[in-house]
Design a protein around this ligand. Structure first.
Ligand SMILES: [Zn+2]
Length: 79
């Protein structure tokens, strides 16, 4: 099996799936590996994790997937 190198864009695209635990094991390992090397994506992932924790504690409110996608697009535009 060849190790796949993810770009930051790919990691951000899959970040929410990853955080939801809805990604397959191989995909999750790819992202883990990227996060170990990439400070920017690591910071982003930690931020989203904390944000999720907070919204869960605030009553289980989950933002609509469409809004998340729009946010990711916004993030990518900045890079
Ligand atoms: Zn990255």
């Amino acid at each position: 099996m060849t190790e796949r190198e993810l770009s930051c864009e790919e990691v951000l695209e899959q970040l929410f799936t990853y955080l939801d635990g809805e990604i397959d094991a191989a995909g999750s390992a790819d992202i883990d590996r990227h996060l170990e090397r990439c400070r920017d994506c690591y910071t982003r992932a930690e931020f989203e994790k904390k944000l999720r924790l907070k919204t869960e504690q605030a009553g289980g409110f989950a933002p609509a997937p469409e809004r998340l996608r729009a946010r990711i697009r916004g993030l990518l535009d900045r890079y």
